[in-house]
Design a protein around this ligand. Structure first.
Ligand code: SAM
Length: 198
């Protein structure tokens, strides 16, 4: 279930993703962590859908598995203990949605953070998997060492995507500290909008 307030960047991304991810769909959590996004994706696609969740830390995937099991949502999830940069090798085309929550595992080792080069590699792979109208939602933190550089790398890469093929938006909190999370969403253009499709 989605909490529909704007106070959380994670919730905003979930609302944006929920518009294009339906029961029976396919999604990727590129950074499983403690499993909150994986659970959201698994509950959204339901038992007929599939979610591929990546993390380099076994500890993170254990926590994610437990959370999924508690909510009876583990069946539709494939957990992958590997870097997201090669995600196109494990995930079939096409996918409806991909979520990234960058930075370090909350409560975990702060040295095991996502990094600009692997994040951009994963982003390129994810874009290649996306169906028309599919979306990639990213929550990006800048309060830790390397975070600002990672945001810069994502902004540089995504702002270079062809405007006729992709819609790219950035959302940031204007009334919070400079370290507040930033959201970037990439939509592969081409599918009619709901209001136009009827
Ligand atoms: N969405 C998660 C949640 O709900 O708890 C939080 C994700 S946490 C901010 C970032 C995660 O990315 C960490 O668990 C970290 O181990 C993982 N990570 C770092 N580099 C990675 C990589 N190259 N591939 C996949 N996961 C990676």
């Amino acid at each position: 279930m989605i909490n529909k307030d704007l106070g959380s960047a994670v919730h905003i991304v979930q609302m944006i993703i929920a518009k294009v991810l339906k029961s029976g769909g396919t999604a990727v959590d590129a950074t499983a962590g403690n499993g909150n996004d994986t659970l959201f994706l698994a509950q959204t696609v339901g038992s007929e859908g599939r979610v591929y969740a990546f993390d380099i830390q076994e500890k993170a995937l254990k926590t994610t598995r437990k959370l999924l099991e508690r909510h009876n949502a583990a069946r539709q999830v494939t957990l992958l203990n590997t870097g997201h940069e090669g995600l196109d090798k494990s995930v079939p085309v096409p996918v409806d949605a991909v979520v990234f929550n960058l930075g370090y595992l909350p409560g975990g080792d702060h040295a095991l953070v996502t990094r600009p080069d692997t994040t951009i590699g994963a982003l390129k792979s994810a874009i290649g998997l996306l169906r028309q109208g599919g979306r990639i939602g990213m929550v990006i933190y800048t309060g830790h060492p390397g975070g600002a550089e990672e945001l810069y790398a994502v902004e540089q890469f995504t702002s270079g995507l062809e405007g006729s093929e992709f819609n790219v938006i950035k959302i940031s909190y204007l009334n919070r500290s400079a370290q507040a999370p930033v959201i970037i969403v990439i939509e592969k253009a081409g599918a009619p909008h709901e209001s136009q499709a009827a």
